[in-house]
Design a protein around this ligand. Structure first.
Ligand SMILES: Cc1cc2nc3c(=O)[nH]c(=O)nc-3n(C[C@H](O)[C@H](O)[C@H](O)COP(=O)(O)OP(=O)(O)OC[C@H]3O[C@@H](n4cnc5c(N)ncnc54)[C@H](O)[C@@H]3O)c2cc1C
Length: 483
């Protein structure tokens, strides 16, 4: 049922954006009403797709006046249902995908200005064409947009060296809920005008306004890279190895940990994969080192040296360094296939969590043991960005369980159990995917009163009519269950 206010906004958008800017056909809307994982099914009477800053501002101003809620959307690859509208059709989708110009690449300054709808892969290619690189990548790079990446403070596999989006964004242009334009694109090294509005908007998940463009930091394109695969006995050994390598170089971009049984799943479930090492190991790490144009460092030699050192110190059980780019890609394929392979083993309750880096090795072992003891028959496993203190912690269903029923009955209890362990370890229940609608209740259950009251105060001050992405990240009053 379309409300009269929604209808007024749709009519306004039609007049302002033309027919192309307003989607109401149910078939055309369908792909944007469900999240990437297929867990959340929303509804919306229309999707609006402006392609200029002025049009975004006009829509926000009118939506605010009418009290019509908007759900900002980029590539719709959110892992937490962040871009899925509410199921009751109470919001319209505001898609930024048509705002997809790369306004400028300044290779000398190592900066790019990209609009919100630019797809990450397109930015990668445009930067590479100028001998530069945007050093953030993730599995959804063919769909995820700059607006979504900024709004979720996305991470990925290069955070170890280059940080999350917070570190890579040098400026933000955004439209606030009342239609006011925040022009913060200038890449100022120093700016002491009080609260950092750009940082406030980064990671806000569209709850404080709409990102329309960002100034992004680039680095020199990769001239040479080396990728190694190492078998070892324990996550603590892996972290010690990383510390040892870091004492020698800052050229390590990725340091990913993979349990032996997850690797076995990849090898059995994913075509065209083969074991990287001749023997089996309880744990594995994938290491990537790179050097840029004009740098003397030879990443392959560097890895040879550090791995020889690791063997001598008794840390590495076995290791291989990719001899070619295709071998390097084959090693990365093993890492990138983990989620898919895990899925083939049946449903799992998945958590994207962080704890202090030094505490992560013990957490991975202890939390898995405790989860398996508390939920008999399950198998708990953790893999991912060890060097960032961030792993994906999966609790797999017991073999032969009626999987749908198992998930419906157990997922919430398991997540609460895992999240309690995370909080007890001083960690975060969302390391890189955000809160969205999936973790809203858990944030409210576990967030400190100070954190929750600050989140609510900021939301109430900037979006008092709650028109920007309601029901995600923060609710002005404690959220009722089942939203
Ligand atoms: C296969 C796969 C792998 C992934 N790997 C990673 C990973 O390694 N690291 C990681 O951090 N994430 C990862 N993700 C999650 C996802 O890709 C990121 O969260 C990404 O930033 C979302 O971008 P998007 O354009 O798809 O945003 P959407 O999913 O459309 O939106 C995400 C959130 O941002 C808001 N939003 C979108 N655009 C705007 C805008 N212009 N202004 C204001 N708010 C906006 C939405 O309302 C929503 O809350 C992965 C996802 C998939 C499917």
């Amino acid at each position: 049922m379309v409300s009269s206010s929604q209808k007024a906004l749709i009519d306004f958008a039609r007049e302002r954006l033309g027919e192309r800017g307003v989607v109401v056909d149910r078939d055309d809307l369908a792909p944007w009403l469900t999240d990437w994982r297929g867990r959340y099914h929303g509804d919306a009477p229309a999707l609006l797709q402006p392609d200029t800053l002025a049009d975004v501002a006009a829509i926000l101003e009118r939506a605010n006046a009418l009290g019509v809620a908007l759900v900002p959307q980029g590539g719709n690859t959110s892992m937490v249902g962040g871009a899925t509208p509410p199921a009751d059709g109470s919001a319209l989708i505001l898609s930024l995908r048509r705002m997809n110009r790369i306004r400028r690449i300044d290779a000398d300054q190592n900066l790019a200005v990209a609009e919100a709808g630019v797809i990450l892969q397109n930015l990668h290619e445009a930067a590479e064409a100028q001998g530069r690189r945007f050093p953030l990548t993730l599995g959804a790079r063919g769909s995820a947009t700059i607006g979504g990446l900024v709004s979720t403070n996305a991470g990925g596999t290069q955070v170890l060296r280059h940080g999350t989006m917070r570190a890579l964004v040098a400026g933000v242009e955004a439209v606030l809920p009342d239609g006011a334009i925040h022009d913060g694109l200038a890449p100022l090294k120093k700016d002491n005008r009080g609260y950092d509005l750009n940082q406030l908007l980064i990671g806000a998940e569209g709850t404080l306004g709409i990102i329309t463009a960002a100034t992004l930091r680039l680095v020199p394109a990769i001239a040479r890279r080396a990728v190694a695969w190492v078998g070892l006995d324990h996550p603590r050994t892996a972290l010690n190895l990383l510390r040892r390598i870091e004492a020698r170089t800052d050229a390590i971009e990725s340091f990913e940990i993979i349990p032996g049984d997850s690797l076995a799943l990849v090898l059995s479930a994913i075509p065209d994969t083969r074991a990287p090492l001749a023997s089996e190991h309880r744990w594995h790490v994938l290491i990537e080192a790179v050097s840029g144009e004009g740098e003397e460092l030879d990443p392959k030699k560097l890895l040879e040296t550090v791995l020889a050192d690791a063997f001598e110190a008794g840390m590495a059980e076995d290791a291989v360094i990719a001899a070619s780019e295709s071998q390097a890609e084959a090693l990365w394929k093993l890492r990138h296939s983990l989620s898919e392979a895990e899925r083939s083993a049946g449903p799992a309750v998945q958590h994207d969590i962080s704890v202090p880096v030094a505490a992560m090795p013990d957490f991975m072992i202890d939390a898995a043991r405790e989860a398996e003891a508390r939920f008999p028959g399950t198998h708990a496993t953790a893999f991912g960005h060890l060097g960032d203190g961030n792993v994906h912690f999966h609790v797999r269903a017991p073999q032969g369980a009626g999987w749908d029923r198992w998930y419906a009955q157990e997922a919430e209890t398991i997540s609460r159990f895992v999240n309690d362990l995370v909080v007890a370890a001083g960690g975060s229940i969302s390391a890189e995917h955000g809160i969205g609608q999936m973790k809203l209740h858990e944030l409210e259950r576990l967030g400190s009163p100070a954190r929750l009251s600050m989140l609510r105060a900021v939301k109430a001050a900037i979006d008092p009519r709650a028109i920007c992405n309601p029901g995600k990240l923060v609710s002005l009053a404690p959220a009722s269950r089942g939203t």
